[in-house]
Structures are given as structure tokens and as C-alpha cells.
Design a protein around this ligand. Structure first.
Ligand code: GLC
Length: 426
């Protein structure tokens, strides 16, 4: 078989991240998910950590429960909007740092059943996901600004210390956590992921994740809980390596919110530009990761109109280019051009113009093979692909170049070009 993929010295081959070989591997098929931060904080429309960041006294914050009544909550509408964007799984905040529970938990009355709404939001969402075959993952905050046994000690996401009625006791709090996790993993059908957050206790006990998996074998568990978990969770651009690496080495889910300020609903949100989100999504998927894009639903149960608009715009681009990620391997190491990302599948190589292109040509040095077909996935148009010598590298061999790309007409897109070669990968 003809070898058409030159391997530059010193670069890692474009491996895939390791698979589990069991039910958890759904994660590598469905790679673009919807994160949902929803809770009492939606009523104030400021930030999901409202209580913590604005130092709202506990009685004042807790009183929001008497106003929680999302009459327009319709999980099918959420899932329709997610599907239009090309999203294939959901991760839902069952309990954020405020301690308010969005399910019918027997462990505390601070839950959705004790609100004017009085219905089990998680059960409704889970039923809709199961009907449609959409994997459902559950977010759960270890930090808890409400439950009496949580040992508040003034760390991030905590109250400064115990208050009237509190009985701080880490061991009893962890029993509470276990009882809640048991409910979440036994009362809502198949759960496809457990998304720990805010383990301010620094508690470590990897057997906890093993126990979750014994209850829910398809659950992919993240790395923010009591053990290393199954996948990493770089957030926004806080970890620069998300942009710098050529490919992720362990299973990774890059999480990002649709707005710069908050994960929960924020009335005055500063939404990201669609071009930025396309680049961010492309960056994660082309490197072999997943992408979890967050929206904070409003207190009435609907997604904010601007968020819906962004999902539609993202979807109209993503649906056209998604074949470049599905079952493809990261392959950026095949070219020295660091302005582009590469993925490959069978006899196809996909070129992603992830960074803003400086000109209408992409140079794929050191590739020297002429593709038999070159197509711009964004439009379906043929692309002029040539192996040629140019004045700027006149003493070197001819290299593959993609020419006359519509970088001005499609300036807010991430362009993705499919190159088909005569031979499959050797
Ligand atoms: C950030 C936010 C937190 C949110 C999380 C999701 O850490 O501070 O509130 O739940 O992102 O990854």
C-alpha cells in the first residue's frame, strides 16, 4: 500500500485518546454536548454563584425557592434547540454550590418539590432524554452553601464559617453526598456521566467513582471529584494548553459558556461572537476532545433568545463540517503549518482553518501528494489544490497548497477542507 503520510521527525503520531472498551465509549461518538446551569440563581439573573460572590445572606437567598416556578419549562424544547445546533448529549446541574436540588431528593427539603413549581425537573428532563436516546450527564457540586453538615470554612464557594443551625461535620456531609448520589444514580434511568465540581474539601476516595460506575456502567466521570476520573475538564481558556497542544492525550471535554460572564442565566450577559465559538469548538474536536457548551436557562424555563440564536448559527456551520470530526483522528502533526488543524479518516485529510487566515492560500508543507478531490465543506465547492513550487520556497521541493479560499466572503466561518487521496492510510 502506498504510504502517503510523511512523518516529520519528533512528532507524536496522531493517536486517538485511549478508549474504555465498555459502555462509556458513547463519549467518543457523541462529542458536542449542551451544559445547562439552572437553579434558583436564574431568578436574580446575575451569576450562578450569586449567593457566594455577592455575599447574599442565607435567609435572603433561600427565600428564592418560594418564587421558583418555571411554568414554561419544556425539556423537549431544550433538546430540540440543542439538536438543531448538532449537540448530542446533555449535562445538567442537579445541585450547584448554593445547595439547591433540582430533583426530588429525600435528603433535604431544599429542593424543587418545595417550590411553587413542585415538580421533579430532573425526572422530566431525564424522561425526555431517554425518549430521544440523548445521553444525560449529571453535574453535582460538592461545595454546598446550604446543608447544615457542610463544613463551611471561608474557602471559595463557601460561607465564611458555620452559621446558626449548622452542625459542620465532614463525615456526615459525605454520607449525605453518598445518599444523594445514590438517588441520582438509581432513580432516573440510565445516566451517562457524572460531573463533579467544587470539591473544596479536597476529599479523595477513588472507590467512590467505582461505586458510581457499579450503579451506572455507562457513566463517564470527570476529574473534579474524589478521584482522577475518566476525562479532563479544561474550562474556558484558563488552561492555555487547550490551544497549544496538537492533540489531547487523555479523554478531554473542553467546557465553555456561551457568554463571557456567567454559566447561570445572566440578564446582562456578554455573549461570545459566533466566530469565537466556532474556533473554540473546532479546536476541541479537531484535537480529539469533546466540547460542552453551556447555556443558563431563564427562571421561566426557556433558553434566552440570544442563546437560541447562537445555537442556530453555530448549528448551520457545524452540521456542514461535522464529518471532519466524526470518527476522525487528530493529525495536525502532519503539517508544519501551525495556523491550521488537521484531522484524518480513511483516505481523507481535513484541513481546519482554525486561526484567522492571513491570506487565501494554505500551505501544507511538508505534504507533497496531490489529492484526487478537494472540497470546501462549508459550501460544497471544489477547492484548487496543487503541489507546486512558489517563489518563497524556490529551493525546496514542491508542496501541497490550497488556493483561492473564500477567506473574505466567509470571514466569520472556520473553513474546513476535505482532501481525498488515492490511497487509504497505510
Ligand atoms: C466555573 C464556575 C462554576 C461553574 C463551572 C463549570 O468554575 O465558576 O460556577 O459551575 O465553571 O465548569
Amino acid at each position: 500500500m502506498q504510504t502517503i503520510w510523511p512523518t516529520a521527525a519528533g512528532v507524536r503520531p496522531g493517536d486517538r485518546t485511549p478508549r474504555s472498551g465498555d459502555g462509556r465509549d458513547w463519549f467518543f461518538q457523541k462529542r458536542f454536548g449542551l451544559f445547562l446551569h439552572w437553579g434558583l440563581y436564574a431568578l436574580n439573573g446575575w451569576h450562578e454563584q450569586d449567593q457566594f460572590r455577592r455575599r447574599i445572606p442565607r435567609p435572603e437567598y433561600t427565600a428564592l425557592a418560594a418564587r421558583f416556578n418555571p411554568r414554561r419549562f419544556d425539556p423537549d424544547a431544550w433538546l430540540d434547540q440543542a439538536a438543531a445546533a448538532g449537540m448530542e448529549y446533555v449535562c445538567f446541574t442537579t445541585k450547584h454550590i448554593d445547595g439547591f436540588c433540582l430533583w426530588n431528593t429525600a435528603q433535604t427539603d431544599y429542593n424543587v418539590m418545595h417550590t411553587p413549581y413542585g415538580r421533579d425537573v430532573l425526572a422530566l428532563l431525564a424522561a425526555a432524554c431517554h425518549r430521544r436516546g440523548v445521553p444525560l450527564c449529571l453535574y453535582y457540586s460538592v461545595a454546598d452553601m446550604h446543608y447544615k453538615h457542610y463544613p463551611n470554612a471561608g474557602r471559595s464557594y463557601e460561607r465564611p464559617g458555620p452559621e446558626a443551625g449548622d452542625e459542620p461535620d465532614a463525615a456526615r456531609y459525605l454520607e449525605f453526598v453518598r445518599a444523594q448520589v445514590r438517588e441520582l444514580c438509581t432513580q432516573y434511568g440510565p445516566i451517562h456521566g457524572f460531573w463533579w465540581d467544587a470539591n473544596m474539601l479536597g476529599h479523595q476516595d477513588p472507590t467512590f467513582n467505582d461505586w458510581i460506575r457499579s450503579l451506572q456502567p455507562a457513566a463517564m466521570i470527570n476529574d473534579r471529584g474524589f478521584g482522577p476520573g475518566d476525562f479532563g475538564t479544561p474550562e474556558r481558556e484558563y488552561v492555555g494548553s487547550v490551544r497549544e497542544v496538537l492533540a489531547f492525550e487523555r479523554p478531554t471535554e473542553h467546557c465553555q459558556s456561551i457568554g463571557t460572564q456567567s454559566w447561570g442565566y445572566r440578564a446582562d450577559e456578554d455573549y461570545y461572537a459566533c466566530r469565537y465559538l466556532r474556533q473554540s469548538l473546532d479546536n476541541a474536536l479537531a484535537k480529539g476532545g469533546n466540547y460542552l457548551l453551556n447555556i443558563g436557562p431563564r427562571a421561566d424555563g426557556t433558553l434566552p433568545p440570544e442563546a437560541r440564536r447562537i445555537l442556530r448559527r453555530l448549528g448551520s456551520w457545524y452540521q456542514r463540517v461535522r464529518e471532519s470530526y466524526a470518527d476522525a483522528e487528530p493529525a495536525t502533526h502532519l503539517s508544519a503549518n501551525r495556523a491550521v488543524l488537521l484531522t484524518r479518516k480513511g483516505d481523507c485529510l481535513y484541513v481546519h482553518l482554525n486561526r484567522e487566515p492571513a491570506s487565501a492560500v494554505v500551505d501544507l508543507k511538508p505534504l507533497t501528494v496531490q489529492p484526487i478531490e478537494a472540497t470546501l465543506l462549508n459550501t460544497g465547492a471544489a477547492v484548487d489544490a496543487r503541489v507546486e513550487v512558489t517563489p518563497d520556497h524556490w529551493q525546496e521541493p514542491p508542496y501541497l497548497r490550497l488556493r483561492h479560499l473564500p477567506v473574505n466572503d466567509l470571514a466569520d466561518q472556520v473553513l474546513v477542507i476535505r482532501l481525498r487521496f488515492s490511497a487509504p492510510l497505510s
